[in-house]
Structure formats: C-alpha cells, structure tokens
Design a protein around this ligand. Sequence first.
Ligand code: HEC
Ligand code: HEC
Length: 290
Amino acid sequence: MRTVLKWAGIVVGALVLFVVIGGFVASRVGAANIAEVHDVPVATLAIPTDSAALARGAHLAGIYGCQDCHGADLSGQVMGEGGPARIVASNLTPAGIGGEYEPADWDRAIRHGVGIDGTALFVMPSGAYHHVSDTEAAALIAYLEALPPVEKDLPPMEYTLLGKLLAAGPLNLAGGVYADPAPATSPAPGATIAYGEYVASGMCAYCHGEGLVGKEPEQPGAPPAPDLAASGQWTPEQFHQALTTGVTPSGHQMNPEFMPWTATARMTHDEREGLRLYLATLADRRAADA
Ligand code: HEC
Ligand code: HEC
C-alpha cells in the first residue's frame, strides 16, 4: 500500500511539474508571439486639408465605429480588465498617440493591425478596415490629426498569464495582422451596388465571413453572425430599421456590442441603401457561381 501511494505521489508530482513547465514554455511562446515585429506594406498617403475631406473623415470615423471603443472624443478608454488582457483603446488625440503618429503610422495601425513598434494590435479590428481605400484612409487620418487634444491618464495595455497562454495556441490573440496592400480607390459613397459591395466585403465580411455566408463568433459570448443573403430580401423599411435601431423583422433586438448597428445607424440613408442593394443580389450571385 505504502509503495502504491509513493508511486501515485511521484506520478502526480511529475504531472504537476510537467504542467508547470508546459505552461511556462507556452507562456514564453505566447509572449514571443505578442512581441513579434511585423513588416506590412504602408501606402504613401497625401493627407488632404480641405473641409470636405475633413467632414468625410469625421463621417468615416462614425460609420466605422472608432468611437465605440476609443470613446466619444476618441481620447481612449479601458475597455476591460481581467481575462486575457487589460484592454486599453488608445488615446487617438494629439495629446495621446496622435502626437507622435505620422500618416504611415496611422495607416499601419488602422489598415494593417500593427502598432508603431511593429507589434500586432489586439482587439483593434483592422480586419474590418483593411479594405478601406487610400482616399478614405487619407480623409480619416486628416480628421484624426485635426482632433482637439484631450489629456487622459490611461494604464498600459497588458496581457495576463492567460493571455500569454492563449497567444501561444491556435487562438492567436496578437494575430490580426493584414499584410496585403490595401486598395487605392473606392466607389463614390451612395445608393449603388458598387458602394454596398465595397463596404460589405470589408467591414461586414469581417464578422459575417467571406461571401457574407455567416460566421461563428470569435468574441466569447457573442451570437453567430448570420448569413446576410436573407436580410437582402427584407423590405427596405425592415432593412433600414434593423441597421438603425438593431430590431430585426422578427422583433429581435440586437446587442450593439456584437452587431455594431450604432455604427451603421450613422451611415447616410443612401450608404445603407447601397448595402441593401448589394445584399439583395447575393442570392442570385451565389446561384450563378454554383
Ligand atoms: C472594437 C474596438 C475598437 C474599434 C472599433 C477601433 N479600435 Fe482602434 N484600437 C482598439 C484597441 C483595444 C487598441 C489598442 C490595441 C493594442 O494596444 O494592442 C486600438 C489601437 C488603435 C491604434 C494604435 C494606437 C497605438 O496605441 O499605437 C490606432 C491608430 C487606432 N486604434 C485607430 C482606430 C480607428 C481610426 C478606428 C476606427 C476606424 C478604430 N481604431 C476602431 C480598439 C478599437
Ligand atoms: C463586429 C461584428 C459585426 C460586424 C462588423 C457586422 N455585423 Fe452584422 N451581425 C453581427 C452579429 C453577431 C449578428 C447577430 C446578432 C444577434 O443575433 O443578435 C449580426 C446580425 C446582422 C443582421 C441581422 C441578420 C438576420 O438575419 O437577423 C444584419 C442585417 C446585419 N448583421 C448586417 C450587417 C451589415 C450590413 C454589416 C456591415 C455594415 C454588419 N452587419 C457588420 C456581427 C457583426
């Protein structure tokens, strides 16, 4: 009996040691993944100064949802503590990172998911902005650079041990890096299929999946993002209602934390209509491809 217990003790001890060493190695691998420096192709952008471009930039910040995370005045905020990281959306005003960012740095962060030090940004949804054209990116940057400075003391973004462990695995927390060049031009905003396709294949596809066929959520607790072909068949009233109030034709109230209808509500009617016109073609496009 004694020997059995002794052996059991040794086996358990060895297992614990194994897990501790494994965890240590995994957290080191995760930390290395987080610290990895990425080289991405940034564009040479001519930043406009005219009031029309600045107004367009302000509108783009609204429809792409920058305020939803960086705060109403874009001065940043702590989005969450605990879990994999203390998540801090940076202060984008000239009193924050805006003070040191050059146009190429903005481009690297917004469209490629890489910070000024070359490491991947976490939570920042560059996958939704990678499709944004040079023209739109330049207008957005012009607006950001013209923001009034807002001083704010924010704690640093920090990964916890859990975050480092997760970053070692297939769930690559620091993985939102987009290394392809972004497009130079985009269709004029408005109620056209072309503009709708431009927005849908970028921002909407980020969550609803390529081809908008629906996608399982990456965020814990989020519902799956459905196939958008069905919503293309809704009446215009139903579609605009869903994208401005979050209420779908079945009466379901969508949570803006998971489906950013607060951002689509800031689109002009014509911009949303462009989305509707494009989504209405999805069923036929898929039938033609099949
Ligand atoms: C879902 C939340 C979310 C949205 C939406 C979002 N961001 Fe971010 N953003 C973050 C977080 C969190 C960080 C910090 C990431 C890090 O430090 O790893 C960040 C970082 C950045 C950075 C890099 C700042 C730095 O500290 O170097 C820039 C620039 C930026 N965001 C701009 C934007 C712009 C412009 C938009 C809108 C087009 C936007 N963000 C939308 C969450 C968001
Ligand atoms: C951050 C992720 C995210 C982005 C970006 C996003 N969606 Fe969604 N969307 C969701 C989720 C999740 C749901 C399901 C919400 C629910 O069931 O409460 C949803 C639901 C919807 C619905 C309701 C569909 C149905 O059949 O009930 C429509 C319509 C929709 N999204 C359109 C869009 C459009 C158009 C865009 C781009 C402008 C977009 N979404 C961008 C996550 C997203």
